[in-house]
Design a protein around this ligand. Structure first.
Ligand SMILES: O=C(O)C(=O)C[C@]1(C(=O)O)C=C[C@@H](O)C=C1
Length: 304
């Protein structure tokens, strides 16, 4: 039985995403209260893998995941999953007045307008996850929880509202992470993630982007977070389309490595929702192979 850590407790969106990675009878899901704890479990070998949220289409990156991936022992993503996000507002069966509403900060941000309209006098309180909010409501600590709809199956609460979302088609992306090892095979519709710290030099970010553009590589995300060292020093998180096994991507990663003080590979894995690839690619993988062969033959003295 292989153990998969997930950001819990039971009833989080992350648990739903993790269920999609489970092979029946072979894998067991193990909840952890925070993202760093779930990632520590896989780093320490307590579990084989960990499933955590990485970005939301409304609120953006999940900072706890970004920081935990850039620091500590390296982990690599081997799969991703994208879930549609709509919430239920859960209360105890006998609740009549809602004075406090608890949830994960990302969830509260995605129902801000709904709360202003339907529970304008309630105070919003942050909890570690949406399901942790349901647990706290069950214990009587808060009056309502903004939770994943599945939370009602785990906690004895009542649905005050369901299908709640300020943005109708909001989505959250989750990663399945393992300790470094064999990479997933390229599928032709993959994503590669990395985090880099650039040298302190004028134009260095433009150089990184140019390296990708020159090779016809599509950037799907670039995000900065402070290194927490000097003020003004940032890390860049980069997601691009393609697999490191592809010549164009390998070549681009080597170029980024040359421009950066530090580069950490965070995995090449199949896209959950394959992007429609653009037609305007500067050179194909075959062109990269042919060009490398040409340079090799020139080096060997062939009159190429
Ligand atoms: O608290 C949960 O249920 C989570 O899985 C976390 C999380 C997030 O980090 O964004 C996942 C999806 C929703 O966007 C709200 C919360």
């Amino acid at each position: 039985m292989s153990r998969i850590a997930y950001f819990g407790p039971q009833g989080t969106f992350t648990e739903q995403a993790a269920l999609g990675f489970v092979h029946a009878g072979r894998d067991e899901l193990v909840p952890f209260a925070t993202v760093p704890q779930a990632l520590a479990a896989v780093r320490e070998g307590d579990t084989e893998a960990a499933c955590v949220p990485v970005e939301n289409s409304v609120e953006g990156a999940v900072p706890a995941t970004m920081d935990a991936l850039a620091e500590g022992e390296p982990l690599v993503a081997v799969a991703e999953s994208v879930l549609a996000v709509r919430f239920s507002v859960l209360v105890r069966p006998d609740t009549e007045v809602v004075r406090t509403v608890a949830s994960h900060p990302h969830a509260l941000a995605q129902v801000r307008h709904w709360l202003a309209e339907h529970l304008p006098d309630a105070t919003a309180v942050s909890t570690t996850s949406t399901a942790a909010a349901a647990v706290a409501v069950q214990r009587g600590e808060f009056d309502a929880a903004v939770s994943a709809p599945v939370a009602i199956n785990h906690y004895p609460l009542r649905e005050l509202a369901t299908g709640v979302a300020d943005v109708a088609d909001a989505k959250t992306r989750f990663l399945l992470l393992r300790r470094p090892g064999a990479l997933p095979e390229p599928t032709g519709a993959d994503r590669t993630s990395l985090v880099v710290t650039t040298a302190d030099r004028v134009g260095v970010l433009a150089e990184l982007l140019t390296e990708l553009a020159l090779r016809g590589i599509s950037l799907t995300r670039i995000e900065s977070r402070p290194t927490k060292g000097r003020l003004g020093e940032y890390r860049f998180y980069i997601d691009l389309l393609g697999h490191v096994a592809e010549p164009r991507v390998g070549d681009a990663l080597a170029a980024l490595h040359r421009h950066c003080r530090q580069a950490r590979f965070l995995g090449s894995y199949p896209q959950a929702e394959p992007a429609v690839s653009g037609d305007l690619v500067a050179a194909s993988n075959e062109d990269f192979i042919a060009a490398a062969d040409w340079v090799a033959s020139v080096r060997q003295g062939a009159g190429a």
